[in-house]
Design a protein around this ligand. Structure first.
Ligand SMILES: *Cc1c(COP(=O)(O)O)cnc(C)c1O
Length: 390
């Protein structure tokens, strides 16, 4: 039997985290108390953004971000095919059409050149997107300066899906400061950089967008007389002024988030140390290792290798299965979204985004998490060397 599986990612929970959650359990507030604003302030301050809206998942954050930007039927949202389905689904939730832009072969992020080309075509046809979701794959920022310049020229809004990237930097500044975007979204799922169990957050420097997202998070209900159509009927009074949702984060989650934020820089530093070790130990093998753009300090949620299939006698699937068979919890991020049956039914076809499909045919995500030991990592490296030998 294989030794215990080394997962591709896992959370780190300390006694301080546990104490923080227990303190909430003993307090008066399990939801809608002081911990959520404290977590929002901690993340906003860390990232250098003016407003932060905590929600129950990044998926919810993407949804209310799209709605706040006015995305609706007749509009278009574009994103990368190499992402989790949520980055695209948020457009469909709003009744918009979704389309994709192929990836850059070095960073695996949405390619600004491909974006420009597609925008020029769309302009001719009067089919420009309203929103582009830039996904920072593996934690490495997209070329936000280029995407932002295109947004000015073609008039679209930008959401950064930074689910992989909290703790990372772009051009020396924290991802999440929204310098080149309208809204940035984080995920706090347990495999991500910091966790709240489930959870997400939307950051923005636009007070109007922040206000709309805060409303949409909680049924579209306000208790602020300034937002009401008329003065309150009495002290009990609230008004529903939008169609919103219950996307609230609990106090338990937020307390865990505040506690995890104390260690975010340690987590990302540890991920970098592990990545450097992988880089050194995998260097001689027939693999393409992650390339880092000099503008980026990645959050390093994922460490993705690509197999040089012309130099090995095994298939991608055989290597993947050999690794799983040796107890290495490798994964594949991601199956190109346009090849999912739901998207195929909308008319997308294999072959539509060749760089994304080539990536999918070669990529494997290796285990990467802050509590991973060097001996576990050496086990992964040895298993890869073994798996690549036919
Ligand atoms: C994890 C993830 C999401 C969804 O996050 P949830 O918090 O699970 O909703 C969205 N986009 C990307 C790129 C992700 O990795």
């Amino acid at each position: 039997m294989a030794a215990q599986t080394i997962p591709y990612g896992r959370q780190d929970i300390t006694d301080a985290d546990i104490a923080a959650v227990v303190a909430v359990l003993r307090s008066d507030w399990l939801t809608q108390g002081p911990a959520v604003p404290r977590f929002e302030d901690a993340v906003a301050r860390y990232c250098g953004a003016q407003h932060a809206i905590a929600v129950n998942s990044a998926t919810s954050a993407l949804h209310i971000a799209c709605l706040a930007l006015g995305l609706g039927p007749g509009d278009r949202l574009w994103t990368s095919p190499i992402t989790f389905v949520a980055s695209a689904n948020c457009g469909l939730y709003c009744g918009a059409e979704v389309d994709f832009v192929d990836i850059d072969p070095c960073t695996y992020n949405l390619c600004p050149k491909a974006l420009e080309h597609k925008l020029l075509e769309a302009e001719q046809q009067g089919r420009l997107p309203k929103v582009v979701v830039a996904v920072h794959l593996c934690g490495q920022s997209c070329d936000m300066q280029a995407i932002h310049a295109l947004s000015r020229r073609f008039g679209f809004c930008i959401i950064e899906d930074a689910s992989h990237a909290i703790g990372g930097r772009y051009q020396g500044e924290p991802v999440g400061n929204c310098r080149y975007s309208d809204i940035t979204v984080f995920s706090f799922h347990p495999v991500k950089i910091i966790t709240t169990g489930e959870g997400g957050m939307a950051l923005t420097n636009d007070a109007g967008l922040a206000k709309r997202m805060a409303l949409l998070r909680s049924h579209g209900i306000t208790r602020d007389p300034a937002q009401m159509t008329h003065g309150p009927d009495g002290p009990w009074y609230y008004q529903q002024i939008e169609l919103g949702f219950n996307y609230r984060m609990t106090e338990l989650q937020a307390a865990l988030g505040v506690s995890q934020m104390d260690r975010i820089d340690d987590y990302v530093r540890r991920r970098h140390a592990l990545a450097e070790r992988y880089d050194a130990r995998l260097a001689g093998l027939p693999l393409t290792l992650p390339w880092q753009h000099p503008d980026s300090y990645s959050g390093l949620h994922l460490y993705v290798i690509r197999l040089k299939l012309d130099q090995i006698d095994r298939t991608h699937r055989e290597v993947f299965e050999a690794l799983r068979g040796q107890g290495i919890g490798v994964n594949l991020h991601y199956i190109p979204v346009h090849t999912q049956p739901y998207y195929q039914r909308m008319g997308f076809r294999a072959g539509d985004f060749p760089e994304a499909e080539r990536y999918y045919a070669e990529a494997i995500s290796l285990p990467m998490y802050p509590t991973m030991t060097e001996s576990q990592q050496d086990q992964v490296v040895a298993a890869i060397a073994e798996a690549l030998r036919a």
